[in-house]
Design a protein around this ligand. Structure first.
Ligand SMILES: Nc1ncnc2c1ncn2[C@@H]1O[C@H](COP(=O)(O)OP(=O)(O)O)[C@@H](O)[C@H]1O
Ligand SMILES: [Mg+2]
Length: 280
């Protein structure tokens, strides 16, 4: 299976378009309850780029994330993956797509089957990546490396269940999974809201370090424009299902054009100061 996959693998260089959306729209409901959650948005994300999608609650951020992941359908618009029209029409094609695109969600506990031991969770990732044929020894080596990347000790996790870990350990385990799967694109929907300030900084740093290591594209989804400024190359500002402004983090946040962006920024008192994580 792994050979077959490497055959159709497209080589992507840093800066190439990895995910592009044209006129992406999502409508929920009909008639009186019709709700346009995402309204004709365009985007173009590149290899190795860190992007933030920023907006208030209900602006459509999670709906975009779910469409990008292929968890819900697109009502209208075209999505391009690695320069080709995205095709996730069959189960097989979806599985291939998910080798290249992964997500971390708000609640780490919801991402795991709590009845699976930690070892099995990690081995599942290895198998999903077409490395089922590796020896048990090689798999343990890969799991050990992934755990140590996020400062967890594999030996202490083996034979444990997810509910035996703390919230912070679970978040790190989630990143260990990403480390094993090495997706080209990672979507992090408010990844740090569950954890305390200290773990929040650690997790961001780990994700950014992983970006440097495997040239991953990261899409952060957040209501926190200060966080967006701190972590991203490019920022998209979302209001009522539309992107009202986008561009480099510098230009959007230092010289905002849209009234909505100005309002988001005025809500953050210290935006122009050095972002000092020790005081968050
Ligand atoms: N499954 C759904 N069914 C109906 N409406 C939905 C569904 N998911 C989201 N919505 C609506 O779409 C809009 C955008 O929601 P969401 O994408 O979750 O926003 P955000 O993540 O920015 O808070 C909201 O009005 C929400 O009520
Ligand atoms: Mg959301």
């Amino acid at each position: 299976m792994s050979e077959k996959m490497s055959e159709n693998k497209v080589t992507i260089k840093k800066g190439d378009s990895v995910l592009k959306g044209v006129g992406i729209t999502r409508v929920f409901g009909y008639g009186k309850s019709r709700n346009v959650a995402v309204d004709k948005v365009d985007f173009d994300f590149h290899a190795g780029e860190v992007i933030s999608i920023v907006g208030e609650s209900g602006s459509g951020k999670t709906t975009i994330a779910k469409m990008i992941l292929g968890l819900i359908g697109v009502t209208e618009g075209e999505m391009y993956y690695n320069g080709q029209p995205r095709d996730i029409s069959s189960h097989k094609k979806k599985k291939e797509y998910w080798q290249g695109i992964q997500a971390v969600f708000q609640d780490p506990f919801s991402s795991f089957n709590i009845f699976n031991k930690i070892d099995d969770l990690l081995i599942d990732c290895i198998n999903l990546m077409g490395m089922k044929h590796k020896s048990q020894e090689e798999k343990v080596e890969m799991m050990t490396e992934a755990c140590s990347f996020v400062n967890l000790k594999y030996a202490e996790l083996t034979n444990k269940y997810p509910f035996e870990l703390s919230g912070g350990q679970m978040q790190r385990l989630m990143i260990a999974r990403i480390f094993l799967m090495k997706p080209k694109i990672l979507i992090a929907d408010e990844p740090t809201s569950m954890v305390d300030a200290c773990s929040r900084a650690t997790i961001l740093d780990m994700l950014l370090k992983l970006r440097d290591e495997i040239d991953m594209t990261i899409i952060f989804i957040t209501h926190d424009i200060g966080l967006a400024y701190y972590v991203s190359d490019t920022v998209y500002i979302m209001e009522h299902g539309k992107f009202v402004e986008s561009g480099s983090a510098e230009s959007v946040i230092i010289t905002p054009q849209a009234a909505y962006t100005k309002r988001l920024i005025s809500d953050v008192p210290k935006i122009h100061e050095e972002w000092d994580l020790s005081t968050v």
